[in-house]
Design a protein. Structure first.
Length: 417
């Protein structure tokens, strides 16, 4: 019993704080916004450390690898795992929509107010798909890498620095030691910040529930319910399957023993970026080698979002159903899956970061920017469960990558050691 408490104490405290915050949010309604500054303080502390944490951990993981051959093997298997799991999630989302169409019985008149009050984001210039992809992986100035809004670009830069450091050999050993020390210091700072996690997450969740309650109970209830069903299928079904593929029965036990903290953090913050520190800690407890964990988790937070892929399917099909476009033909289904995959890749790893993906949907299918608020509301109400799939999914994917890189006995070797 003591061992159980030691393993789960922090997670149970976090979960209790979230439940309490949710109850407060429900009873106080919009007035629960009074707790938002406390929650924002905690989030800001996490975001403040995010850029140096990602840079030092990714660069250190790569620059301190014994050989570049291992890096290539890790990255190759990351691509295989990320693409495979994203496709599976997209197919499950599409099946869910075809079985339970959220737009059945809806009238476009109910969105008249939203159409009339399109957000300021809708006035942005149209960007081609290729240019959108270029903007997703690069920035025009080095200083732009210091923003949490450009996390994917920062990760690419960190990978290049790590590769160059490793290639430089002995002359770059001081650099490798520096980034290794920096990664250790950043993680210690994260540990300090996490002492206030229960208070910060509880207050943040209270304000979020207070603000979203009316929207969740509105005409988007079908979308929300469908997404919750799909989330449960993926979370309990697919994640268990992936854990089994990674390590058999021991893999399943190891994953679920350490999955609570990443799940609760993702659920409360609605941020894959803010969940990176907790995910790194949990994957290491799962026995995932450090270089794999510190490559998969930051990279996955930006380009591997199974929840966002499913969300993309729901957004596209919602617009299709609302405006009478066919979504059942093979070409339409293939198109929806491809665009949803891209949406999952370009979404920012911060709360509300789906605007880029939503504009991509409108651009590809030729919808007027004035319909942006329709899918923006969907983003809002599915944000929490989507982040759970996005973020926690990266932890089990790191186990699968470890299985592919280290061999089938990787977990047994960790347990024995």
């Amino acid at each position: 019993m003591k061992s159980f408490w030691n393993n789960y104490k922090s997670s149970l405290i976090l979960l209790g704080a979230i439940i309490l915050g949710g109850i407060v949010g429900v009873f106080m309604g919009p007035e629960a916004v009074v707790f938002k500054p406390i929650g924002d303080l905690f989030l800001n502390l996490l975001f403040m450390i995010l850029v140096p944490l990602v840079f030092f951990s990714v660069t250190s993981a790569i620059s301190n690898m014994g050989e570049m051959k291992r890096l290539g093997k890790i990255l190759k298997n990351i691509v295989i795992v990320f693409v495979t799991t994203a496709i599976i999630s997209g197919v499950i989302g599409m099946i869910g929509v075809l079985i339970m169409n959220p737009t059945k019985g809806l009238n476009s008149d109910m969105f008249a107010n939203l159409m009339a009050t399109a957000s300021d984001h809708a006035s942005g210039e149209n960007v081609s798909l290729l240019q959108q992809l270029v903007n997703t992986v690069t920035v025009t100035d080095f200083k732009d890498l210091l923003s949490k809004s450009n996390m994917l670009q920062l990760i690419i830069f960190s990978i290049l620095v790590g590769i160059a450091t490793a290639m430089a050999g002995d002359v770059a050993k001081p650099m490798a030691k520096f980034v290794e020390a920096g990664a250790a210091v950043m993680m210690k700072i994260v540990n300090i910040i996490m002492y206030i996690a229960p208070i910060g997450l509880g207050c943040y969740f209270a304000s979020v529930i207070g603000e979203l309650g009316p929207q969740i109970l509105s005409g988007y209830a079908k979308v929300f319910v469908l997404y919750l069903i799909l989330t449960a299928i993926c979370y309990f079904g697919l994640f268990t399957l992936y854990a089994y593929v990674a390590g058999g029965k021991d893999g399943v036990k190891t994953f679920w023993k350490n999955a609570i903290a990443p799940t609760v953090t993702a659920l409360a913050t609605c941020s894959s970026a803010a969940s990176i520190p907790v995910n790194l800690d949990s994957t290491k407890k799962m026995g995932v080698p450090q270089d794999i964990a510190e490559t998969v988790i930051p990279l996955g937070a930006n380009i591997h979002k199974d929840g966002s892929v499913i969300g993309g399917v729901l957004k596209i099909t919602f617009l299709f159903g609302l405006f009478g476009k066919d979504m059942t033909s093979l070409s339409a289904i293939a198109s929806i899956l491809v665009v949803s995959f891209l949406v999952g890749a370009v979404m920012g790893a911060i709360p509300g970061g789906g605007m880029m993906g939503e504009m991509l949907i409108l651009s590809v299918y030729g919808f007027s920017p004035e319909v942006l608020p329709i899918i923006a509301v969907i983003s809002t109400i599915i944000d929490a469960p989507a982040t759970v799939l996005n973020s926690t999914g990266n932890t089990v994917c790191s186990m699968v990558v470890a299985r592919l890189v280290e061999g089938k006995d990787w977990l047994k070797n960790k347990i024995n050691n």
